[in-house]
Write a protein that binds this ligand. Sequence first.
Ligand SMILES: Cc1cc2nc3c(=O)[nH]c(=O)nc-3n(C[C@H](O)[C@H](O)[C@H](O)COP(=O)(O)OP(=O)(O)OC[C@H]3O[C@@H](n4cnc5c(N)ncnc54)[C@H](O)[C@@H]3O)c2cc1C
Length: 305
Amino acid sequence: MTIEVVGFGLAGACLAIQLTKLGAIVRVTDDGFLGSTAVAAGLVNPVTGKNFQPSWRLSDFWPEAQLFYQSLDESLYHPMPIFRRWMDDRDKFQKKYDTVAPWIAEVSEEGVTWKEGGWLETRRFLEVARAWLLEQGVSFEPGCSDSEVQVRCGGSAALRKREFAKIDHRCAKGEILTVTIPDWQEDYILTGGGWLIPIGNEKYRVGATYAWDGLDSGPTEEGREWVERILRNFTKRDYEICDHQAGVRPIIRKSQPVLHYEEELGWLFNGLGSKGVIYAPRVARQLAEHLLDGKAFDPDLRLSI
Ligand SMILES: Cc1cc2nc3c(=O)[nH]c(=O)nc-3n(C[C@H](O)[C@H](O)[C@H](O)COP(=O)(O)OP(=O)(O)OC[C@H]3O[C@@H](n4cnc5c(N)ncnc54)[C@H](O)[C@@H]3O)c2cc1C
């Protein structure tokens, strides 16, 4: 039996790898449009947002994901402390203290530093994953075949096309800048009203906008200005913009991934939201085990529709 993986972003790549590791015959097809994995900042942030919210079931998903990326290529993931500056919200933090305590490295007058954060080179992950799969003999073919089992991992493009008509989405566009800031040696990820990630060679990724409209519009001037304002809140230094990208986050229910099956369409693996790096490897492993060995997967991944 050949299992066909349709869509080669984080979801499809992780699934193809997990299936191959378990001995399945896998065929991959992708339409060649760069999805959100190619744009993502790859940030892994244990505590996010205005309300100091721990990422959903982080300690269940992230340890396995980290090992998965490391086993593929040790240099893909960059552990890095995350500094979250106060934004008149230190009281809020104090109220959440016990909940977020496992991730606190340090608290200061300026903000809190989280441990266990970092970032994954998501675009390079796709290249490394593809090379690994090709080495294992997995075929990459244009167009879908009539494989007995298909898993659709089409990200936001597929959700917007409503491949699975019953599934509603809340996909959100995001714009990101890559900038050079000469002579700045920041070695923390900075967050609070946006984020800034040092990626080496005086380069930083900064983002991101979050919008539910104009999903097809690509990078915009308005988006660039928005992200530049975020950047100026982190540093007053001079900078030069080297790249400006836009992508669409595949959201079904915030950042909680979804596995779903329909007789005529097969399987769906989607809804990685803004945090696909944390969730994709373990969800993919569970789906692979389900398809090959009939093992039950985590009920939290099922969608009630
Ligand atoms: C601006 C921005 C910043 C982000 N930052 C982060 C971050 O810091 N950390 C994090 O964890 N996540 C982040 N994300 C989210 C992350 O990108 C997603 O969670 C994840 O990459 C989604 O992967 P995916 O495989 O589901 O979708 P995609 O990466 O979009 O891949 C889907 C692929 O399927 C293809 N496809 C679609 N339909 C078909 C079809 N019918 N046939 C063939 N191929 C098809 C598409 O062309 C695409 O290549 C960010 C996203 C954006 C937009």
